[in-house]
Design a protein around this ligand. Structure first.
Ligand SMILES: Cc1ncc(COP(=O)(O)O)c(C=O)c1O
Length: 393
């Protein structure tokens, strides 16, 4: 049969009537363990000679997890995957499975605050060398790749500056150095960006965001080749970074409308970005869909849409930004992103507060930066809310 389109895959990929009772919707296998027919079967499942489930922490976890993995594999164009309790668990899992003492990790300089924390505070304690590099500058990337570079971690668009880096160019450079490339695709989603097709070895998401889509779960997922995923399995099993069955089910449900939600997020994102850019009280806006975005050209090449995330500065700096956040009524003042409703927050004092001030400022996470996760409400209502709040700034 002809390869199905993205929206059809969101709805159908991985879904099968449940073999037990024919349930149309994937059941939640809320169980910690599985009963074997006999001792021989248990032994052969643990030996990997027979496929099947053994224990909730051990891959493939439960049939609910298997459906989620199959769906995400179809959406990202990979071969296999792992699920995790959070996006940070996915990043921890891949770092622990790839890196050892003496290895070098090259990371995008602008990343989610806890990713920065994990790389600096934890990995360095185990003798792993970490460099944060401006990955929008290919010469900088080339200069910082080393003989011992084992992993290249890219976040694009980056949280919260919206920097975009050239995935195809960097993954090729990494390959030439024998390094493995991992892309955090949380902001763009599988709908708008396909890192595996651009040369990445694995792609990961915080499912907490657009995959779940409704701000009611925590989760993570990582997709790659079968070989890559198999090599990770011992670390995933032994660390217990496991997603819960109910969370897996919520992700499956969320993914069925990913294509509809993302299309609306992107239309709204563009409208709100244009509104803000034209507003007299706004000093700057970063949205990859705007021609004024410094990497708009590469964003157009590697993304098929620009999503719902943007950042901006209010004229009058941090105090003015604070006033704006305190005066919105429809938008919620909350961290996280990718929800159906619009969320507004201040990275310098919230999501990225643990990054040392000089690093923050140098990488563009300035005190005046306000981050907006544009929801799927009607754009006129979001604009009216921002407008009334800006009037009071
Ligand atoms: C780009 C990005 N990656 C990873 C994470 C971590 O995800 P989680 O909160 O599910 O651990 C976040 C969280 O905000 C994020 O924005």
């Amino acid at each position: 049969m002809k390869k199905k389109k993205f929206g059809t895959l969101c709805v159908h990929a991985g879904e099968h009537p449940d073999p037990a009772f024919g349930a149309h919707t994937t059941p939640i296998y809320q169980t910690s363990t599985f009963v074997f027919d006999n001792a021989e079967q248990g032994a052969s499942r643990f030996a990997g000679q027979e496929e099947g489930y053994t224990y909730g922490r051990l891959v493939p976890n439960t049939p609910t997890h298997s459906v989620l993995v199959e769906k995400m594999v179809a959406l990202e164009g990979g071969e296999a995957g792992h699920t995790f309790s959070t996006g940070m668990a996915a990043i921890t899992g891949v770092a622990l499975s790839l890196l050892k003492q003496g290895d070098h990790l090259l990371s995008t300089d602008v990343v989610y605050g806890c990713t920065y924390g994990l790389f600096t505070s934890l990995l360095t304690r185990f003798g792993i060398e970490v460099s944060f590099v401006d990955t929008t500058d290919l010469e900088e990337v080339q200069r910082n790749l080393k003989k011992n570079t084992r992993m290249v971690f890219l976040e694009t668009p980056a949280n919260p500056t919206m920097n975009v880096c050239d995935i195809a160019a960097i993954t090729k450079m990494a390959k030439d150095f024998g390094a493995v490339s991992i892309v955090d695709n949380t902001f763009a989603t599988s709908m708008f960006q396909k890192p595996l097709q651009l040369g990445a070895d694995a792609v990961l998401h915080s499912c907490t965001k657009y995959i779940g889509g409704h701000a009611d779960l925590l989760g993570g997922v990582l997709i790659g080749s079968s070989e890559f995923i198999d090599n990770m399995t011992p670390v995933v099993n032994d660390t217990g970074l496991t997603m819960a069955p109910y969370e897996a089910w919520l992700c499956i449900r969320g993914l069925k409308t990913l294509h509809l939600r993302m299309a609306k997020h992107a239309v709204n994102g563009m409208k709100i970005a244009e509104f803000l850019e034209a507003h007299r009280k706004i000093s700057w806006v970063r949205y990859p869909g705007l021609p004024s975005h410094p990497q708009h050209t590469i964003a157009k090449q590697q993304m098929s849409g620009f999503g719902g995330m943007l950042s901006f500065g209010v004229a009058g700096g941090m105090e003015a930004g604070r006033k704006l956040m305190n005066r919105v009524e429809l938008c919620s003042l909350a961290v996280s992103l990718g929800a159906v409703d619009t969320l507004i927050q201040h990275p310098a004092s919230m999501t990225h507060a643990d990054i040392p001030e000089e690093v923050r400022i140098k990488t563009g996470i300035t005190d005046d930066l306000v981050r907006l996760s544009v929801g799927i409400e009607e754009p006129e209502d979001i604009i009216a809310d921002l407008d009334q709040a800006l009037e009071k700034v």
